[in-house]
Design a protein around this ligand. Structure first.
Ligand code: AMP
Length: 215
């Protein structure tokens, strides 16, 4: 499948993407994960992106498109992909449209995952992430704690609260989402491939997407 997942930070895009990849071998492409990996590795990209990310601001479109042009042409994208956290601005959506046309790729669907703001705030304040950039497994201190406190079940690395998941940064990220990313719903509605799913359960979102795709 070739899908874009829209939705505010904390809407569950990553969880939904991971479940969908298990269905048909499509890959999850999270620009946030790629950027955090670059920050941790100390690459030029990471150095340029870090300040924006820590403040909860968007990284410039040109950096993001540089990443995605290469990533979408890697061999593992042949089976399909789930774009998680990209595009996030109208210029990114327009650049993606041109890139997909150039590569001869047609999207199946764009899914907007709608979750109430209070649920999102609570989820993000209690979310913890594995600090290992190769893993980045997600936990939640309330609903999904690791087996051993502070340690990732999957790789044994430390679990941390992301720098952009303080209350102030989260609130700023949500405002940025409403201002810059929410308009993409209108953009993709005019393209005729938009599907909105309302709900707080990732299972329900996965089922809705499967049924839409006839799976
Ligand atoms: P995420 O994990 O998707 O919430 O992304 C974390 C941070 O990475 C965001 O707050 C932005 O600073 C940056 N980022 C991720 N994806 C994008 C994108 N498509 N455009 C601009 N900035 C991005």
């Amino acid at each position: 499948m070739k899908i874009i997942l829209l939705g505010a930070p904390g809407a569950g895009k990553g969880t939904v993407a991971k479940r969908l990849t298990a269905l048909d071998g499509s890959v999850q492409i999270s620009t946030g994960d790629i950027l955090r990996g670059a920050v941790q590795a100390g690459t030029e990209l990471g150095k340029e992106a870090k300040g924006f990310m820590d403040r909860g601001d968007l990284v410039p479109d040109s950096l993001i498109m540089g990443i995605m042009e290469g990533r979408l042409q890697e061999a593992d994208c042949k089976n399909g992909f789930l774009l998680d956290g990209f595009p996030r601005t109208i210029p990114q959506a327009e650049a993606l449209k041109a890139l997909l046309t150039k590569l001869g790729i047609k999207l199946d669907m764009v899914v907007d995952i709608e979750v109430p703001r209070d649920v999102i705030l609570d989820r993000l304040c209690t979310r913890r992430t594995c600090e290992n950039s190769q893993c980045q497994a997600i936990y939640n201190v309330k609903s999904m704690p690791p087996k051993v406190e502070g340690i990732c079940d999957k790789c044994g690395s430390k679990i941390i609260q992301r720098a952009d998941e303080t209350e102030a940064a989260i609130s700023h990220r949500l405002d940025t989402y409403n201002e810059k990313t929410a308009p993409l719903v209108g953009f993709y509605r005019t393209e005729g491939i938009m599907k909105t799913v309302t709900g707080t359960s990732s299972d329900a979102v996965v089922e809705a997407i499967k049924s839409e795709l006839g799976m």
